[in-house]
Design a protein around this ligand. Structure first.
Ligand code: NAP
Length: 332
């Protein structure tokens, strides 16, 4: 049986382009014992994939040239030679960008699309929701009435961080890249204030204005000059979770910024980088809280769902232009 796949055609220099990807047709292998035939329904499109397009050592293996991109996908089991999955089951896993695939049952998890929409298992009830939960709750340990600043606030991780911080009784300020996102953060997601970093004349001053008591927690999704401006307002005993540095992912030179160490030292600030997988032993705790808050209507979510397998590369490139609000997803 033939199917389409998207491979890495070349490694990007700077921002990825369509030329870095290639769509090709392949023949699927026969299903062997312990394997399933899958039909993807929703593809997760994530900023960390940009790092995997480089040939550098990181927490995730680089994509290989001429081999399929892979990522988080929900799929329907069409045929099964596994004792754990039957035809019709919906599963989530790290799978190749293919219209159909024959894969090992290992690493697949059944999901219940009656509890929440299937795509939520790639977002708020999946990797990005867990990232928001553990970075905030386990690293930053928010206390009532503290001031929390979130960059990349209108993205998949950011909207969840801000709402969890509100549930903890904090004052929450979001930083995002358009006026529409600013309005959404305040009106739909309950942020106390939000700043458009693309139109502000002086981000450091604007943060000081909306954080008169300083910043106790900074959840950093973007890095670069936005983080410089937040850290200039950081409080004594503040906590900074280094979740992402998207503003630097396409850099072709080593970026140089203010030397922040004296500020961290003299204000006793804790700054910690993390990967969501560090908390895998605690995932059941994270899932329990996230699903309860979703069920109780305390956590809202939003997705940007594009259509069509062929549009996966465009969606990935779109992350770097702010084209998504909430989770970037492609529906097969
Ligand atoms: P996302 O925020 O939904 O999507 C990316 C967003 O980043 C865009 O919509 C855009 O929003 C913003 N952006 C793009 N280029 C930017 C720039 N140069 N400066 C400032 N903002 C920029 O993505 P996500 O999945 O929620 O991930 C957010 C961050 O967390 C990413 O850095 C990602 O790598 C990281 N992450 C880390 C882990 C972990 O385990 N540590 C797990 C998941 C995600 P604007 O319109 O606001 O510019």
């Amino acid at each position: 049986m033939k199917t389409k796949q998207i491979v890495l055609a070349s490694r990007p220099k700077g921002t990825p382009t369509a030329a870095n990807f290639r769509i090709e047709t392949i023949t699927l292998s026969e299903i062997k014992n312990g394997e399933v035939l899958l039909q993807p329904n929703y593809f997760s499109v994530d900023p960390y994939m940009r790092g995997r397009m480089n040939d550098t050592k990181s927490y995730a293996e680089p994509f290989q040239i001429d081999k399929p991109i892979n990522g988080g996908i929900t799929a329907t089991v069409l045929e099964s030679k596994s004792d754990n999955f039957k035809s019709g089951d919906i599963v989530v896993g790290m799978l190749p960008w293919q219209e159909q695939s024959v894969v090992s049952e290992k690493g697949l998890q059944k999901i219940d699309s009656k509890i929440a929409p299937e795509s939520y298992y790639l977002g708020i009830l999946g990797m990005t929701g867990l990232t928001a939960y553990f970075g905030l709750m386990h690293i930053c340990k928010p206390k009532k009435d503290e001031t929390v600043v979130v960059s990349g606030a209108a993205g998949a991780v950011g909207v969840v961080v801000g709402q969890i911080a509100k549930i903890q009784g904090c004052r929450v300020i979001g930083i995002a890249g358009s006026d529409e996102k600013v309005v959404l953060l305040k009106n739909k997601f309950g942020f106390d204030e939000a700043i458009n970093y693309k139109t502000t004349k002086d981000l450091k001053k604007d943060i000081a204005k909306v954080c008169p008591n300083g910043v106790d927690i900074y959840y950093d999704n973007v890095g670069g000059e936005i983080s410089d401006a937040v850290i200039a307002n950081i409080n004594f005993n503040a906590r900074i979770a280094l979740c992402g540095q998207i503003s630097l992912y396409n850099s072709t030179e080593i970026p140089v910024g203010p030397r922040i160490q004296p500020m961290l030292l003299t204000r006793s600030v804790l700054m910690q980088g993390f990967i969501v997988g560090n908390f895998s032993a605690h995932f059941p705790e994270g899932m329990k809280h996230l699903s309860e808050w979703v069920k109780d209507g305390k956590l809202k979510f939003t997705e940007t769902i594009g259509n069509g397998f062929d549009n996966l590369p465009t969606a990935l490139i779109g992350l770097f232009k702010g084209e998504n609000t909430g989770k970037m997803i492609i529906k097969a």
